[in-house]
Unconditional design. Structure first.
Length: 445
């Protein structure tokens, strides 16, 4: 504890690091403030009553978890950062199949700027679509015959204004995320999702405490469930941290008076190269059909279809799990290209013992990567759908999401990544970090 407290004191001795942390904290406060500013034209009292009566065991309840309650507050930041993530997914998918986007990805800094610009345009389009769905849903909601949107306000004007405000809110959050990444500490987009999840933690604990106090739930059973969720998720996280090392032999080269090569190095290949991104990608895609279904609140057929896509349904879990497996392979292929690795090795005079350089090396690495990615993708799918199954055992969705599943994985991953960046700043200025070895493993979203 003494070493940790000393490390925290050292943080504030470094002006640049202190400024970055305070800057990040200030932006996250702005995000939380915007999550409580209700859209114009909505009766806040009626909205609060309607949300209390609405079940959280829905996909929109899960969406609300990612945006820190802004969705249930009908806030100006209700869409959160998810439209930006959806746009990023679409652009990356296009980069795998459309030659134009493939060309952009190979043009260096200029290509990345163009891709970022197209992602922003896509974010605006998706935000407008989702904002329309939100405005239609709010217009159709009422409690005891009292509508959330008063008749005097409801109409095309309310829909247009809501679309503009919600879209502007998403663009604003996207800009804030970029500012955190550039001038703050940690990955901005990841931290915005992180703070939204953390913000719901006290309410989830209070709800469970109230249920235990009222006798609806047993305290011992609750503790057993918490322990089970934490142990299962922690075990899976540890399993996905495993690596397979591929030996690479470099031939000895003499350049002037210096000798290069003649040693064996290793290519580390993680079981879960993609991190938590496949879950985020799959979640963002699963929100899209439910958003479209909100456009037709009076259609019984489409509402039945929405029932099959309910957060706790078996259909949802199967589709969600398969999408996570797919995106794990997809994101791994984007982050770790065997062909590029093989070409780099060949240019540097390296080779895998027993494997010919070039295509044979690429195929060998790809084969190993495919085999170790499969268990990693299955582990991620299990983590993601675990809370939905726990809800079936009378565990509230908010509580289950915090102690198992996506939320815990994001909290741990983003927390470690941010702490790792703080550690790097401390070590660069010759201060002790949080770990004796000076190495803290983390993952980026």
């Amino acid at each position: 504890m003494g070493k940790i407290s000393e490390s925290f004191r050292n943080i504030f001795k470094i002006q640049e690091l202190r400024d970055r942390i305070l800057f990040t904290a200030g932006i996250l406060i702005v995000v939380r403030f915007g999550s409580h500013v209700t859209l114009p034209g909505i009766d806040a009292g009626v909205l609060a009553e309607a949300m209390r009566n609405q079940s959280s065991n829905t996909l929109f309840g899960l969406y609300d978890l990612f945006v820190g309650g802004a969705f249930s507050n009908a806030a100006i930041l209700a869409l959160g950062i998810m439209p930006y993530i959806s746009a990023s997914i679409i652009i990356q998918l296009l980069g795998a199949v459309v030659p134009y986007f493939q060309k952009l990805s190979k043009e260096g800094e200029e290509g990345r700027k163009k891709i970022t610009q197209l992602t922003r345009y896509g974010t605006v389009g998706i935000s407008l679509l989702q904002a329309w769905g939100v405005s239609v849903q709010l217009s159709s909601m009422s409690i005891n015959g009292i509508p959330i949107v008063p008749p005097a306000v409801a109409g095309i004007g309310f829909h247009i204004s809501s679309m503009i405000i919600l879209t502007a809110g998403t663009v604003f959050m996207m800009w804030l995320g970029e500012m955190i990444t550039e001038k703050g500490i940690g990955n901005g987009i990841s931290l915005i999702i992180f703070i939204g999840i953390i913000a719901r933690f006290p309410a989830a604990i209070f709800d469970e405490y109230r249920l235990v106090q009222s006798g609806e739930k047993n305290l011992i059973v609750e503790l057993i469930i918490i322990a089970f969720l934490v142990v299962v998720v922690a075990s899976i996280v540890l399993l996905t941290q495993g690596t397979r090392r591929i030996p690479v032999q470099y031939a000895k080269r003499v350049v002037g008076r210096k000798v290069y090569g003649g040693v064996t190095q290793y290519i580390p290949m993680r079981v879960n190269t993609a991190g938590v991104m496949p879950i985020i990608f799959a979640q963002a895609i699963m929100f899209i059909p439910n958003t479209i279904l909100t456009f037709f609140p009076d259609s019984d057929t489409l509402q039945n279809v929405a029932g099959y896509l309910n957060y706790t349904s078996v259909t949802y879990s199967v589709i969600y799990g398969l999408m996570i497996i797919f995106f794990t392979y997809f994101y791994t292929a984007v982050a770790f290209n065997p062909k590029d690795v093989a070409e780099t090795m060949q240019k540097q005079g390296g080779f895998i013992p027993g494997i010919r350089p070039g295509k044979n090396t690429s195929d060998f690495i790809d084969n190993i990567l495919t085999k170790i990615t499969l268990p990693g993708s299955i582990f991620l799918a299990v983590i993601a759908i675990l809370p939905a199954f726990m809800v079936r055992f009378n565990v509230s969705s908010n509580f289950a999401s915090f102690f198992g599943g996506t939320s815990l994985l994001i909290i741990v991953g983003v927390g470690l990544d941010t702490l790792q960046q703080v550690e790097s700043h401390l070590l660069m200025r010759h201060y002790d970090g949080f770990m004796r070895t000076g190495k803290l493993r983390g993952r980026r979203l």
